[in-house]
Design a protein around this ligand. Sequence first.
Ligand code: DX5
Ligand code: ZN
Length: 221
Amino acid sequence: NRDFLIAPSILSADFARLGEEVDQVLAAGADIVHFDVMDNHYVPNLTIGPMVCEALRKHGVTAPIDAHLMVKPVDRLIGDFIDAGATYITFHPEASEHIDRSLQLIRSGGCKAGLVFNPATPLSYLDYVMNKVDMILLMSVNPGFGGQAFIPGTLDKLREARRRIDASGRAIRLEIDGGVKVDNIAEIARAGADTFVAGSAVFSAGRDSDPNRYDSVIRAF
Ligand code: DX5
Ligand code: ZN
């Protein structure tokens, strides 16, 4: 019996009223704020950076913030996100020149560290750093945009990642990101995930004028 955590991706939130959106999904029962950082270089889209993370902390957000860095290079932004109040910092191994160093940077800043795997990136990147990882994030879409369809082959990869985590004996979270919906989350959980990112499925729920519009979708998860 694993503990399951729901991490709405604010990529699909209304950026013009971000603080309120984050307050509402947390009030609805979400556990973690998933914060997608895109640089128009490592991925073909441009989003938000450490200033916005800091602004959410100043706004009063105390929930864990999960900074998913889709940027290259990664190390300087790692320092900025530590200072901005991130809880988890995850990065793509292909985007770091020195994966071990980037993981150590995150941990020495008091944050939890994670590696992110694109659909075609092998889990063998974990081989020599399993003891420095607090989270493994499997992408079930190619990174860059919300609202894409879940890639089914990710289920086998989740099972392999779960085996590696169980064999390590460490408390490593297994997060899944991309195309998670109310109707596929049970199957994804059975494959081994315990932390679920959901962007469009959460933030497209209900009418804008209803402050409780996220309650039913978070509860359905
Ligand atoms: C994609 C991002 C995801 C994305 C998920 O690059 O990492 O977090 O926002 O969005 P949905 O849930 O809509 O697939
Ligand atoms: Zn993400």
